[in-house]
Design a binder for this molecule. Structure first.
Ligand SMILES: CC(C)(COP(=O)(O)OP(=O)(O)OC[C@H]1O[C@@H](n2cnc3c(N)ncnc32)[C@H](O)[C@@H]1OP(=O)(O)O)[C@@H](O)C(=O)NCCC(=O)NCCS
Length: 202
């Protein structure tokens, strides 16, 4: 009898990027899943640790470099762009539709110079975003350039983060403000259950 909750185990087409594509990453750890419909520009400057999952319909622009640690889930329709750098720690998620922006990302300099004045820096900025261990970026949140989401920081759905998120706090709204604190925890090796991967069923 068919399972009432899970979809039937009918064979699917291979949903992941081919091995040749994965070899283009600057580094790719063990057990990574990169889904076939993720759009990844310049993977040569992107480093993935172990157990990283990048879902369909993400857009990751390598920019000046993206580095992810262990157990990072980049969910569908999220994007990382802007030409700067991103450092992403361990055990964290970037929710559906979230945007991590590292700079202006517009190629206007090449098209319009010298019309843009030298001090119109916003079109030229290539900055850095840092998302530390145990953080969580909610659906449709926007993390702006030069922001650090500190260890255990949670960005609520739809928030626009303009300033650093302090450790183990939850921020919400536009611009994002602290709404509460969060109890610190630590994931130890004995907590890690590599065979329990419920998100793969979604
Ligand atoms: C982060 C989150 C889980 C925090 O939940 P919580 O700790 O239970 O927080 P609360 O519901 O107690 O809310 C605390 C305050 O923040 C406000 N708040 C919570 N989420 C908010 C949001 N997304 N935007 C604006 N304000 C929000 C609440 O209204 C409340 O304000 P009040 O104290 O004035 O009443 C929740 O805000 C959230 O964003 N959930 C969606 C996560 C998500 O995106 N999941 C999918 C990932 S793909």
């Amino acid at each position: 009898m068919q399972d009432p909750v899970l979809p039937s185990a009918a064979p699917m087409d291979e949903p992941h990027k081919p091995e040749e594509f994965l070899k283009r990453f600057a580094r790719i750890g063990e057990h990574c899943e990169v889904f076939g419909n993720a759009l990844i520009l310049n993977p040569e400057v992107i480093e993935l640790g172990d157990w990283v999952r990048i879902d369909d319909y993400c857009r990751l622009e390598g920019g000046a470099g993206i580095r992810m640690g262990t157990a990072v889930h980049v969910e569908s329709f999220s994007s990382i762009f802007g030409g700067g750098t991103v450092e992403i720690g361990n055990y964290l998620g970037i929710g559906q539709g979230a945007r991590v922006i590292t700079g202006s990302g517009h190629p206007w300099e090449a098209v319009l110079e010298p019309e843009f004045p030298e001090d119109d820096l916003w079109v030229r900025r290539k900055l850095r975003v840092v998302i530390e261990d145990y953080a969580w970026i909610g659906a449709n949140a926007v993390v702006l350039p030069n922001v650090r989401v500190s260890t255990g920081g949670v960005v609520s759905a739809g928030a626009v983060v303009t300033k650093d998120v302090p450790p183990w706090t939850v921020v919400a709204g536009t611009p994002a403000k602290l709404v509460r604190e969060r109890e610190p925890f630590e994931i130890l090796p004995e907590h890690w259950k590599p065979d329990a991967r419920p998100t793969s069923l979604l």
